[in-house]
Design a protein around this ligand. Structure first.
Ligand SMILES: [Zn+2]
Length: 273
């Protein structure tokens, strides 16, 4: 190499693929070419004049590439899902909601089969807590593979909590209404306790995480209402029409706590700690 740039002789040898260039010289040449546009241009010219067969090989390769690039299939555009589905439901909720509807149907079948549990209606006993299962599932970190992703979105927080809860109720409540009619259960008996317990789950969810709060309330309901009613074969006083004002109070209390503590849901892990 002479002076600052690669010598004409060396560039010519390199362009022709001369095998006699020393290894140290080759190293120095390639290192220089990486950083010197001037010498790269000289090399390109040397290839065209000194090694026309290489130049034509490169041209052929480019022509072939251009042809296949022209016919390459482009990425298919994303298929759009119905907006309400993707915005309101998480995919993990689908099996849970299906299971909830299944539970309603089994309870209805038992109610219709005759007095399995005396005068107690299983549909009525389960109705107030059924949405809690869906609410817990929609905020379960273990069930939802996209949990961390959802928790990090700007719309996480109370907005998302309410949307998911509403979508659970939108599926479970009509199923219960449909089952209540043949079972002879009035919606007036369970709708208010159902909404009150759901709001309580959200209110407690600000502290314990929605999933944990919902599961806890289901356990309390099972121990305090479901099992005693089945054992005594009599309807729980909690489901009396006399208890409705208490449920109404609990509903407004839960809603109030959710609104006041809405900041607790913006760090969405709060929704499922
Ligand atoms: Zn140079």
């Amino acid at each position: 190499m002479s002076g600052e740039h690669v010598s004409v002789r060396l560039i010519g040898d390199y362009a022709r693929g001369d095998a006699n260039i020393g290894t140290d010289e080759l190293w120095a040449l390639e290192a220089h070419l990486e950083n010197c546009a001037n010498c790269r241009t000289r090399l390109s010219d040397a290839v065209e004049t000194g090694a026309p067969e290489i130049a034509s090989l490169v041209t052929t390769a480019w022509c072939g590439l251009e042809r296949s690039l022209g016919t390459a299939t482009t990425m298919p555009t994303r298929r759009r899902r119905p907006v309400w589905l993707s915005a309101w439901l998480t995919p993990v909720m689908a099996p849970w909601l299906a299971m909830t509807v299944g539970v309603v149907l089994i309870a209805l079948a038992l109610d219709l089969a005759g007095p399995v549990f005396g005068e107690v209606s299983l549909v009525l006993l389960l109705a107030p807590v059924l949405p809690l299962g869906g609410v817990a599932a929609s905020w379960s970190r273990g069930l939802d593979p996209a949990y961390e992703l959802t928790a990090a979105t700007p719309r996480a927080g109370l907005h998302l909590v309410l949307r998911r809860t509403a979508s659970v109720l939108a599926v479970v409540v009509p199923a219960l209404l449909a089952a209540g009619w043949p079972a002879g259960v009035s919606a007036a008996q369970w709708l208010l306790p159902c909404l009150a317990l759901t709001s309580a789950a959200l209110a407690l969810g600000g502290v314990f995480g929605v999933a944990r709060a919902a599961l806890g309330l289901m356990a309390v309901w099972a121990a305090g209402v479901l099992v005693p009613s089945l054992l005594t074969r009599s309807e729980s006083a909690f489901l009396d029409t006399d208890s409705l004002p208490v449920w109404g109070l609990l509903l407004s209390l839960g809603a109030g706590v959710v609104v006041i503590g809405r900041g607790a849901y913006t760090t969405a892990p709060g929704a499922s700690r």
